[in-house]
Structure formats: structure tokens, C-alpha cells
Ligand binder design. Structure first.
Ligand code: ATP
Ligand code: MG
Length: 564
């Protein structure tokens, strides 16, 4: 992880900030993160959060959390709370109060009146379809609305009556009077206000039936809050002239500037709130916090740490280049973190029982083992050893070539942290499936090989009578296509066609070492030789605790992709 002293961000944006501070254009740095509360935050938002809050931290400035709540139709309080929780969990603080664009509705209304008075805004009676028609195309200029030249007095009167609720939805809008022939479509008299009756806004209730548009609200809110650098994604580049227009033509208290960076696209998933909403609403996933979702809530439940997500954001950097980041980048950030910081445990995911016939019945030895092989400071714990243990089905073969370093019938293997055992006999059921292994152990091999004895293979195990029964959920990529959006456009099929049907494999009969009986929600461990796992908050249908695979020990996908 990056050291505390060095600034975490160095990119074209911090370069601009450095210049602005050097030239005294600004004497402090104020940024903002402006989510719309119409869904949960995803990994793309994390990039924006880490940038906005991180830059503010680096420059001892501040970053406001401001809900962009101008479209009450799809927004609600659940999303507001989830967003706050996620930003906090990522390790950032927005000071004593979260802001809402709706806090400024009254001020924004006054600025609109100011625009009308200056002859820079007018009430239009064209309906949505007509407005679209009049707007023209990229090749053809637009046409002016027949209502464009209403007098200031008439506009003021109509605008007041729009607010008072005298007109129906869509009957009138307020538009900026800019330039219907502009080469930039956003400047062809964009709509500033629309009428929405009958929706209860989560902050302002039914106080308003008149709602400002994002492109109008955003710059003015920035200016009201004294934002200096308004950082947004590249799709807003064409909106910048409108951003500047709104600020330059109203008597706002400060002059923010907008800068754009490229959005994060992550392979094998989607980062569009609309699509994520669809996955949730159509039941393709369990919910916004399904561990396969690229949401912050999903990643948290999957076992990601806030540190790993921040580190991932630093590693991908901030540029203007279009990009599609490999899932392996995100996975290696959490793998690096947990490799350092997660304690080791033993867990058997596909158990077969091993009876050690020469081990005394009823005897239990408490073996002291290290919590982390390279970090003695992480301490030790004891694990019970007894006559019956579980090992993984994958760790036994009746016959195997010499390079198979696990248990083979008639041969020896070491049980990690314990004894060397030898497989003597295989017990099978009527179908030929293995029910049990009969083994012997060598009491002289506890913890180390006696001199001259070479047993190379080491496998993990848990004591059968002490083990905790658990359900383990193994996750794979949510989509089986690296760029589901592009694939869906190309094949003209819904993006859900590219969901990976094997993204969740549930193992219902796993056994964990007894120390995990007390593990709480969110605790993370390396299950030795298996991967990193995190205790889920929920229980399985049969009451067992649930553990989620966070990430495998190695990047198995890199290998697969190399081979293909
Ligand atoms: P919508 O499609 O609903 O507008 P959005 O993803 O833009 O969704 P917002 O809540 O408006 O969602 O986003 C808040 C902030 O997060 C914006 O400043 C936006 O630019 C930024 N953001 C959203 N998605 C990404 C992404 N994939 N990469 C980087 N920043 C993003
Ligand atoms: Mg948006």
C-alpha cells in the first residue's frame, strides 16, 4: 500500500490543481461527489469517490457529498442511506453535513428568475416531442420555438404560475435562451425546469412541482458550495459550455471549473446503474449486495476491504483515455491485501472422512499453529487433532503418477501442522463412491519429518468431531463475456444473455476448523490451499453459517486466457 506521506494522486487533475494554487487562481481545493440516489454505488463510483475525496485530503481541502436529487421519480431514502454507508465504509468523511441539491431549490429558482429578467430564459409551450423535433440534428441547425420571444413580464408570470401548480406535467418548461444553431446540441436552448406533479420527493415532500434539470442544477450547486474543481466523467465534456454558461450568467457566489476524466469500465461486469437495477429487479442476482455485483455493497459482502478498493483505484489511475480494466486488477488488489493481513485457517470444502486406525480412540491433542506463516506477530491458535478427520476429495487418489503430491492409496502425506498419515484402505458404497479412508499415522512425525524421512506432500484437514459444518459459496465472473455491453450491442441481444450461468456454486457440506465457530459477519481468512473467504451475515437454508469466496489464491483466469 502507498505510504502515508506521499500524495496518493498524481495525475493531470492534480497538475491542474498545482497550477491553480501556484497562480493563486485558488487558495484552497474544494471538490464534491454528486451521486444520484437512484441505486447503490458501484466500483466506478469508487473511482470517482477516491479521486474527489482523495484529492481533497491530499490538498487539505474538502470534499462535499452532495446528492443530485433533481429527479424524485426514481430516487429514495434507502439509496441515500446506502450511499452514505458506502462512502463512509470506503474510509471517507464529508464533514458535518451531507448536501442535497434540493437544499438549493429556492436559490435555484431565484437564479432562474434572474435569467428570465436578463432575457436569457423563457417559458416554452412546446411539448417534449416538439422540442426534440425543433432541436435539429448534428448536421442541421435547430429552429426557434414560437414562444422564444415572450416578454420578460410574461415569462416571469408564467414561471411563477408553473411553480404554483397551475399547469400540468409537460404543458410548459423553462428553457435557456442560448443558440438554436449551436454546433453543440446541449446549447440549443436546453430545458432548465420541468413540471412533475404527484411525486413525493424524499427530501422536499410535495413542496415543489417544478424540478430543475441536472445540467442547470449541477454548476449552480457547485458554485453555491464554493467548489473549485468539479471533477466528472468524460460524457459531460460536451456539457461544459452549458456548465460555464449557467455560472457566468447568474450571480452565483463563486466560480468553479469542470474537468473530465474517463470512466472506469471493468471487464466481465457492467457499471451502469440502469443495468444493475435491472439485474436486481429481474432477480438475476439476490440483491444490490449480492457478492457477484460490482457494487460497493456486493464487494463488501464478498470480502473486499476498503483498503483494497482504494488501492485498486490508485493503481488504475486517472486519465482521459477510454479504458477497460481487467478484473484481475481488482482481484490482485484484494489478494495482495489479504495475503498480508488475513489469518490462515483450515477448511475442507469437499470432505471425505479419514479414520486413523492406530490413533487412540477418545484422544484429542491441541496443536499450536501459526495464524500466518510469515508473520509471527499475528500469533498462534490451537487446533484439535483426533482419530477422525476430514480431508478434501481432491487430495486423494487411489492411483496417481509420482508428481501428484497428495494422498495416494498405500502412500504417505503430511496433514498440515500435524502428523504424516498413510492411506491403507478405501471404503466405498454400492455405487463405488468413496465413503471413508482408513489410514495409519506415525506418532514420530508431529510437526516435522524424522531424519532421513521424505514426505513432500502436505494437505489440509479438520478434526471431524470438532469441525463446524458450513455452506461455502464459490463465485465466478457475473458475465461470461469480457465486455457484456459491447457484446449485447453487437449481437443485438439483451445484455442479460451474457450472464454466466455458473457464477455461483454452492457447496452445502463443508467443514471448517473449530476456531471458526465464533467468526463474525465480515471476518476474512485464508482457507489454506483454497482461497480467501469471508463470513456472510446470513445463514443457509439449513441454518449453517455461510462463507463467501472473496478471491482465489492465484489468478486462475490469467492461465485460462493464456491458454486460449
Ligand atoms: P446515471 O447513469 O444514473 O447518471 P451515474 O453512474 O452517472 O449513473 P451518478 O450517481 O450520477 O451515477 O454518479 C455520481 C458520480 O460518479 C458522477 O460524478 C459520475 O461521473 C461518477 N461515476 C459514475 N460512474 C462512473 C464510472 N464508471 N467511473 C468513474 N466515475 C463514475
Ligand atoms: Mg449521472
Amino acid at each position: 500500500m502507498s505510504s502515508a506521506e506521499e500524495p496518493k494522486h498524481k495525475n493531470f487533475i492534480t497538475q491542474i490543481i498545482d497550477e491553480d494554487l501556484a497562480s493563486k487562481k485558488n487558495d484552497t481545493v474544494v471538490t464534491r461527489f454528486p451521486p444520484e440516489p437512484n441505486g447503490y454505488l458501484h466500483i466506478g463510483h469508487a473511482k470517482s469517490i477516491v479521486l474527489n475525496f482523495g484529492v481533497a485530503e491530499d490538498y487539505q481541502g474538502k470534499c462535499n457529498l452532495r446528492f443530485d436529487d433533481t429527479n424524485p421519480h426514481k430516487e429514495n431514502e434507502e439509496f441515500v442511506d446506502a450511499i452514505k454507508h458506502d462512502v463512509e465504509w470506503l474510509g471517507f468523511s464529508w464533514g458535518d453535513k451531507a448536501y442535497f441539491a434540493s437544499d438549493y431549490f429556492e436559490q435555484l429558482y431565484d437564479y432562474a428568475v434572474e435569467l428570465i429578467e436578463k432575457g436569457l430564459a423563457y417559458v416554452d409551450d412546446l411539448n417534449a416531442e416538439e422540442i426534440r423535433e425543433y432541436r435539429g440534428t448534428l448536421k442541421e441547425p435547430g429552429r426557434e420555438s414560437p414562444y422564444r420571444n415572450r416578454s420578460v413580464e410574461e415569462n416571469l408570470d408564467l414561471f411563477k404560475r408553473m411553480r404554483a401548480g397551475e399547469f400540468a406535467d409537460g404543458e410548459k418548461v423553462l428553457r435557456a435562451k442560448i443558440d438554436m444553431a449551436s454546433g453543440n446540441m446541449n446549447m440549443r436552448d436546453p430545458t432548465l425546469y420541468r413540471i412533475r406533479h404527484g411525486v413525493i420527493h424524499h427530501q422536499t415532500g410535495n413542496e415543489w412541482c417544478l424540478y430543475p434539470m441536472y445540467d442547470y442544477t449541477h454548476p449552480l450547486s457547485d458554485a453555491i458550495e464554493g467548489v473549485t474543481h468539479s471533477l466528472c466523467t468524460l460524457e459531460f465534456e460536451d456539457h461544459r459550455p452549458l456548465y460555464d454558461w449557467a455560472i457566468e450568467n447568474t450571480s452565483v457566489p463563486s466560480r468553479p471549473y469542470q474537468y473530465e476524466f474517463s470512466r472506469l469500465n471493468l471487464q466481465y461486469t457492467v457499471t451502469s446503474k440502469r443495468k444493475l437495477t435491472q439485474l436486481v429487479e429481474e432477480g438475476h442476482v439476490e440483491g444490490w449486495d449480492d457478492p457477484r455485483m460490482p457494487t460497493i455493497a456486493g464487494l463488501r459482502r464478498r470480502g473486499y476491504t476498503p483498503e483494497s478498493i482504494r488501492e485498486f483505484c490508485y493503481r488504475i489511475g486517472v486519465t482521459k483515455a477510454d479504458n477497460s480494466v481487467e478484473m484481475g486488477m481488482l482481484e490482485s488488489a484484494i489478494r495482495d491485501d489479504l495475503n498480508e493481513n488475513a489469518e490462515r485457517r483450515m477448511a475442507v470444502l469437499h470432505p471425505i472422512k479419514v479414520v486413523i486406525e492406530n490413533y487412540p480412540e477418545g484422544q484429542v491433542e491441541e496443536l499450536e499453529v501459526a495464524n500466518h506463516p510469515q508473520k509471527p506477530e499475528m500469533g498462534t491458535r490451537t487446533i484439535p487433532f483426533s482419530r477422525e478427520v476430514y480431508i478434501d476429495r481432491e487430495d486423494f487418489r487411489e492411483e496417481a503418477p509420482n508428481k501428484y503430491k497428495r494422498l495416494v492409496l498405500g502412500k504417505e502425506v503430511r496433514l498440515r501442522n500435524a502428523y504424516v498419515i498413510k492411506a491403507e484402505e478405501v471404503i466405498k458404497d454400492a455405487n463405488g463412491d468413496i465413503v471413508e479412508l482408513r489410514c495409519s499415522y506415525d506418532p514420530a512425525t508431529l510437526g516435522a519429518n524424522p531424519e532421513g524421512r521424505k514426505v513432500k506432500g502436505v494437505i489440509h484437514w479438520v478434526s471431524a468431531q470438532h469441525a463446524v459444518a458450513a455452506e461455502v459459496r464459490l463465485y465466478d465472473r457475473l458475465f461470461n463475456h469480457a465486455t457484456p455491453d459491447a457484446a449485447s450491442a453487437k449481437a443485438d441481444k439483451p445484455f442479460t444473455e451474457f450472464l454466466n450461468p455458473d457464477s455461483l456454486r454452492t457447496l452445502t457440506h463443508c467443514y471448517l476448523e473449530s476456531s471458526l465457530a465464533k467468526a463474525k459477519e465480515g471476518e476474512r481468512y485464508q482457507f489454506e490451499r483454497e482461497g480467501y473467504f469471508c463470513r456472510d451475515a446470513t445463514q443457509a437454508a439449513d441454518g449453517k453459517p455461510v462463507w463467501n469466496l472473496t478471491v482465489t489464491l492465484r489468478d486462475s483466469w490469467a492461465k485460462i486466457e493464456q491458454q486460449s
